[in-house]
Design a protein around this ligand. Structure first.
Ligand code: NAP
Length: 485
């Protein structure tokens, strides 16, 4: 085979939104040697794992869909989780991705040796590939809080990403720990079903009213007739989110002021009782923690079957939670809406790059990366939605598309024989991160709160510039920033 037409073998890890996307892009480029390894039993990633009541998108579904695959069938502007999962299943089927996936198999180790990646899976399979794309997602390792006595609880207890659907919660007193984006969806869903809920809030959240809408049959019929309208609506929402939230978080004064006014007014209007309102009022800047988009949380908190507990949790007992004030809150079921280990990325995979460099050593201090998609010392290894991706309150699908195009440009150069291996220079990665750090000061993420955005050094692992600038900088890889061999 001629050098110009080399057909690389590519392993994609994960068949969620970004893994399916990468499969589509690789196939579009005519690459045939593609393997996708998925530890779950189906595609859909986070939408397969998160099936808790109330799960839905908190960006408009039209902008969450792939830009090249508009959906004309959304039932709601903020579509329910099951429908989003179905969307990705249909996309995987339509683009011939499902057949490439090895389900119920996990990549346990990958080692770069003699110019190629040697991969081991949980089923003992050994694969040798030219490229690895870790499309392993950000939020899929549930964080179980380190609360004394948690394991002593004798009733059912589970994380929101591991929902136990066999359980009938009717007439059970349910405790929910956490008030993040997940809790803001699950709590109203439970309260509206009449389930008695005790919310354990450590930190209140700013909540932006979500402009919900249920789409009529006429709307869907019109989109089915003119699918370009779905694309257009997705683009308009993406433009609005890029102008509004993506600029608010990096501290643009007008967007910040508008958002700040809206969340304060929202709280004031929704919660007339000043004492309850005080408990629900954050003491940090809006956007510092990921802005929660929810319309029904405050309403749920004020229902007679819902109780807001703001005293710190002291410990858990067999049948309830004891708070610092010494009060015991009896519970039948305990739900952990406590978030994820967001810095795991592809870990706990045993990943060893060039010259025996292990990922745990490479990332001991910080998640050193170049442009979120590559790691020095790990040649021909790509990350989807890696550290410092611009993921805060924006469509992660749009982010993944830009990254997939960037990776495809590098893979195409490999196909043309311009190099066998590409590895970002440590200096390029360090200057990329130094520039990011130097520009974090003006962002809302440094606004005096604890959040999952922060890395172990307390620096937000995000992008402190506009989304437009990021797209511009990701247009063309700069080969001078890579060692190629
Ligand atoms: P999260 O935002 O990290 O929130 C975790 C919650 O658990 C916080 O309220 C936290 O309190 C609380 N918590 C953690 N440990 C605790 C402890 N030991 N004691 C008491 N409280 C504790 O997690 P999440 O709500 O699952 O959301 C994570 C991310 O997933 C979101 O930011 C978003 O990006 C994504 N998400 C998206 C959607 C969507 O619709 N697209 C829906 C859900 C989630 P503190 O605030 O005090 O730390």
């Amino acid at each position: 085979m001629e050098k110009q037409t080399r057909n690389p073998s590519v392993l994609v890890i994960g068949a969620g939104m970004s893994g399916i996307l990468m499969g589509i892009k690789l196939r579009e480029a005519g690459i045939t040697d593609i393997t996708i390894v998925e530890k779950g039993d189906g595609v859909g990633g986070t939408w397969r794992e998160n099936t808790y009541p109330g799960v839905s998108c908190d960006v408009p579904a039209h902008m969450y869909a792939y830009s090249f695959e508009p959906s004309v069938g959304w039932d709601d502007r903020f579509a329910e989780g099951a429908q989003i999962r179905q969307y990705f299943q249909q996309a995987a089927d339509k683009y011939g991705i499902t057949g490439l996936v090895r389900f119920n198999e996990e990549v346990t180790a990958a080692r770069y040796r003699e110019g190629r990646w040697r991969v081991t899976t949980s089923k003992g399979a050994q694969l040798t590939v030219d490229f690895i794309v870790a499309a392993t997602g950000i939020l899929h390792h549930p964080a179980v809080p380190d609360i004394p006595g948690l394991s002593d609880f004798t009733g059912p207890s589970f994380h929101t990403a591991r929902w136990d659907h066999s359980l009938d919660l009717k007439d059970k007193r349910v405790g929910v720990i956490g008030t993040g984006s997940t809790a803001a969806q699950v709590i109203p869903a439970l309260v509206n079903q009449g389930v008695p809920v005790s919310i354990f809030q450590r930190t209140p959240q700013w909540m932006f009213p979500r402009p919900d809408a249920h789409y009529s049959p006429l709307y869907k019929k019109t989109l089915a007739r003119f699918p370009f309208l779905a694309t257009l609506i997705g683009r308009l929402w993406a433009w609005y989110y890029a102008q509004m939230f993506a600029k608010m978080v990096i501290g643009k004064p007008v967007q910040f002021w508008i958002t700040d006014r809206i969340v304060r007014k929202n709280l004031e209007k929704a919660v007339p009782d000043p004492a309850l309102r005080a408990k629900l009022t954050p003491d940090y800047r809006v956007g510092c923690k990921r802005l929660v988009l929810a319309s029904d949380f405050f309403e749920a908190v004020q229902q007679p079957n819902c109780e807001l507990i703001t005293d710190d949790i002291y410990h858990v007992e067999a049948d309830g939670i004891v708070t610092r004030d010494g009060h015991k809150h009896p519970l039948d079921v305990l739900i952990l809406a406590t978030g994820f280990h967001h810095l795991n990325f592809m870990r706990p995979m045993d990943l060893t790059g060039r010259d025996g460099m292990h990922i745990e050593d490479a990332w001991q201090q910080q998640c050193l990366n170049y442009r979120s998609v590559t790691i020095p010392g790990f040649p021909n290894f790509f990350l989807m939605t890696g550290p410092n991706s611009p993921v805060g309150n924006f469509s992660v699908t749009r982010v993944a598309e830009v990254q997939a195009n960037y990776m495809m440009k590098l893979i195409r150069r490999w196909q043309k024989g311009q190099f066998d291996a590409i590895d970002p220079k440590p200096a390029a990665a360090e200057s990329f991160l130094a520039r990011i750090k130097a520009n974090m000061a003006g962002t809302v993420w440094t606004g005096g709160c604890q959040s999952w955005y922060l890395d172990p050094t307390g620096t937000p692992a995000l992008w402190p510039f506009t989304f437009g600038q990021w797209v511009e900088e990701m247009k063309e890889p700069n080969l001078a920033d890579f060692d190629v061999y």
